[in-house]
Design a protein around this ligand. Structure first.
Ligand SMILES: *[C@@H]1O[C@H](CO)[C@@H](O)[C@H](O)[C@H]1NC(C)=O
Ligand SMILES: *[C@@H]1O[C@H](CO)[C@@H](O)[C@H](O)[C@H]1NC(C)=O
Ligand SMILES: *[C@@H]1O[C@H](CO)[C@@H](O)[C@H](O)[C@H]1NC(C)=O
Ligand SMILES: *[C@@H]1O[C@H](CO)[C@@H](O)[C@H](O)[C@H]1NC(C)=O
Length: 407
């Protein structure tokens, strides 16, 4: 229903901006700032990006958002990704059990051999406002989680707080969820221990100290850590990177990236943490913040963080809200969009809050970087499947579970 709010005159103004590859997001006028665009999930673990494709695991690309005729269409598809069999990556829709209605930007993880999804947003027709009064798209952050039973999704344990932009990861045998808490422009971290199921989800003692939304998030299960990369802080895209250690329940700052990124696609390749694309607030237009999708990508050695981040070759095309993964030591980035969404006026007292979703340039294909080290460049590596859309959640599942899910 977002299209119902399209204001023709603003569309006209913005088409000019689209032409110069800029899109508006977030508020302006000194109030909003944090973009309302909430479609950018980043759920990956090191296992997801590294371990797939061997005999034990398979990768699934779940949900995401597509854009047609100016509308955002959450996908309920689940696709199997194959980046190993040939030089091009293919995805086929598998899994008859569609995702619960229109949820997107949710997290997914396999916990105790079961596939769990949770959080994210469901579309509504109501507008809401975050703590700093920035408008949020007509979506409700949800607190529910679901478990796949083998034949259907069953409601599982509710989060302690509602969580859009949700990410799930298993660290030290406990299930963690990191996501925007309620309407607030900060992230909340909770965990769940199946041996203490009666305690349900509860917030960890130490929370990410800074205000932040729309970071890229990836878990390193080997290191029992979560990495939180970029995002939006106090109305500006940020270069900051943080690490949470589940073993000590502590947060650490890591060196900032070269480039501020909101919602970069993140992956861990070898010992490197990489951030690909994303968007950046670049300039003000009519007192509003404008965001631009990025072609740059960069990595940092986790073994030598003090050396900081090094830039990779530029992507062939700018991508925001893409999904990154690693297969056979190659870095892939799938899906994403260029001009996803515009939010304009953001005054709370405006009844006719103006929001518009424009035609977006989709990136329904995959780019591949063969090596992080040499002067390699990105190549097209997909069968141009429409399954590669923006904001999909990538999850690695054991082959045994996969063969039940994907027939
Ligand atoms: C979860 O959300 C539902 C409805 O949105 C609400 O009634 C319930 O209180 C919430 N539960 C928690 C734990 O926040
Ligand atoms: C949320 O967490 C707090 C503290 O851990 C706990 O007291 C409360 O019962 C939890 N609420 C829900 C609905 O899980
Ligand atoms: C999960 O709970 C069980 C039972 O209390 C406990 O033995 C185990 O250490 C907990 N796991 C973690 C990682 O704390
Ligand atoms: C990559 O492939 C897609 C789909 O076939 C195509 O639309 C796009 O232009 C290609 N991009 C490049 C840089 O070749």
């Amino acid at each position: 229903m977002a299209v119902a709010w399209v204001q023709r005159r603003v569309v006209a103004a913005l088409l000019v901006l689209v032409a110069v590859q800029v899109f508006a997001g977030g508020g302006g006028g000194g109030r909003g700032g944090v973009s309302a665009f909430r479609l950018w999930p980043k759920k990956r673990t090191r296992k997801d990006t590294e371990g797939a494709g061997n005999d034990d695991t398979q990768q699934l690309l779940m949900g995401g958002a597509d854009y047609m005729d100016g509308q955002i269409i959450p996908s309920s598809a689940v696709a199997a990704v194959n980046a190993y069999a040939s030089s091009s990556v293919s995805a086929r829709e598998c899994f008859s059990g569609k995702l619960p209605s229109g949820m997107y930007y949710f997290g997914a993880a396999v916990y105790n051999s079961e596939l769990i999804i949770g959080g994210g947003f469901t579309p509504t027709e109501k507008l809401s406002f975050s703590d700093d009064d920035s408008p949020m798209l007509s979506m409700n952050a949800v607190n529910h989680t679901f478990k796949w039973t083998g034949s259907s999704w069953k409601v599982w344990n509710q989060f302690n707080v509602t969580k859009g932009e949700a990410h799930l990861a298993v660290l030290n045998g406990e299930l963690y969820s990191l996501g925007s808490c309620g309407r607030q422009t900060r992230m909340c971290l909770e965990k769940y221990n199946s041996s203490k199921a009666n305690e349900g989800w509860h917030l960890t003692k130490n929370q990410l100290p800074s205000v932040l939304s729309f970071p890229g998030v990836i878990a390193d299960e080997k290191d029992s850590s979560l990495f939180v990369v970029g995002g939006v802080q106090n109305k500006h895209t940020t270069r900051v990177v943080a690490q949470y250690s589940a073993s000590t329940d502590k947060w650490f700052a890591l060196p900032p990236m070269n480039i501020a990124r909101k919602s970069p696609a993140v992956a861990i390749l070898g010992n490197r943490l990489c951030a690909v694309g994303g968007v950046q607030s670049t300039l003000q237009y009519s007192s509003r913040t404008l965001y631009m999708a990025l072609r740059s990508a960069e990595c940092m050695f986790l073994s030598a963080p003090s050396a900081g981040w090094s830039l990779l070759p530029l992507l062939p095309e700018a991508r925001g809200s893409a999904t990154a993964f690693v297969a056979s030591n190659k870095l892939y980035v799938a899906g994403g969009v260029h001009v996803p969404l515009h939010w304009l006026s953001n005054r709370k007292e405006d009844d006719d809050l103006q929001a518009t979703v424009l035609e977006v340039e989709r990136r329904p294909y995959v780019s591949k970087l063969d090596s992080l080290d040499t002067a390699s460049s990105w190549t097209n590596a997909s069968d141009s499947s429409r399954l590669f859309i923006s904001s999909s959640t990538l999850v690695t599942v054991p082959t045994k579970l996969y063969s039940q899910l994907c027939t």
